[in-house]
Write a protein that binds this ligand. Structure first.
Ligand SMILES: C[S@@+](CC[C@H](N)C(=O)[O-])C[C@H]1O[C@@H](n2cnc3c(N)ncnc32)[C@H](O)[C@@H]1O
Length: 247
């Protein structure tokens, strides 16, 4: 079972530390994109967390279920209005099965990188495919690895530098792991957090999808469907499980 990096303190401060994620300008396009794909079918969120996306998606009339490793994050979800409509199973989304089949399985906010081996990431794709009905879609929102920003010989890239928050990644290129380090200053107190992530390019994800019997349907730079280009720093990718063949 992967390590749970979302304990009580992280869950308690998740919304305060990343308020921009809860901005309707960020949430609404994601929810609309996912609601369009789900149509009249059901959706399953891998790494559902505190319900940032699952709850508004459920509010749009989509039947949503979730899987998450962290009891603390799930407890936050369960305390929110509308949570009674989003059943959540505690477990690893690379291996945990929930009942039923889904038109849509989705995994947002770079969470595929929480699986720190290639095998686990492949299993995640297989697990998504196993939950999908024929013709169903698996969606991932992820960052494009920032290796091009590293000067030769350097392993550290700072992605947030403010008086209250220093965030930087430390790349181990041989292992394909980026350690994400965060230093926050809150009320004069220093708080730090470091987590390992297996960074992964879109092309490798396409191969994992193929191993799991799916193929790329569309790839965008963001939820608003901006074109994905060589300069894109993130992507929203949609893979599709083949429709059942009619005799
Ligand atoms: C960055 S948070 C995102 C939460 C939510 N999807 C959102 O967009 O706000 C990542 C979530 O994935 C969960 N998670 C990470 N690895 C997991 C795994 N292998 N299996 C299940 N959940 C996992 C964490 O517990 C956490 O709740």
């Amino acid at each position: 079972m992967p390590e749970d990096h979302f304990g009580e303190h992280v869950a308690e401060t998740y919304e305060a530390k990343w308020p921009e994620l809860f901005d309707p300008a960020v949430v609404d396009p994601a929810v609309s994109f996912l609601a369009d794909l789900a149509g009249s079918g059901a959706a399953l969120e891998f790494g559902v967390g505190t319900g940032r996306i699952a709850l508004p998606l459920s509010g749009r009339g989509v039947r949503v279920r979730g899987i998450d490793l962290s009891p603390a994050m799930v407890a936050r979800l369960r305390a929110k209005p509308g949570a009674e409509n989003v059943a959540v199973v505690t477990g690893d989304f690379a291996t945990t099965r929930v009942e039923g089949t889904f038109a849509l399985v989705y995994l947002v906010r770079n969470t595929i990188t929480n699986l720190t081996t290639q095998d686990e990431q492949v299993e995640c794709f297989r697990n998504a495919a196993a939950h999908l009905e024929p013709g169903g879609c698996f969606v991932i929102e992820n960052y494009v690895p920032e290796l091009r920003r590293l000067p030769p010989g350097q392993t550290v890239h700072a992605f947030t530098v403010t008086p209250a928050h220093l965030g930087f990644e430390e790349y181990d290129v041989a292992a394909q792991i980026a350690y994400s380090h965060h230093y926050w200053v809150t009320g004069g107190q220093l708080e730090t957090r470091s987590t390992p992530h297996r960074y992964v390019w879109p092309s490798e994800l396409d191969l994992m999808a193929r191993i799991a019997g799916m193929s790329l349907r569309e790839r965008w730079a963001d939820w608003a469907r901006e074109p994905f280009t060589g300069d894109s720093r993130s992507h929203v990718s949609v893979w599709r499980k083949p429709a059942r063949l009619t005799p």
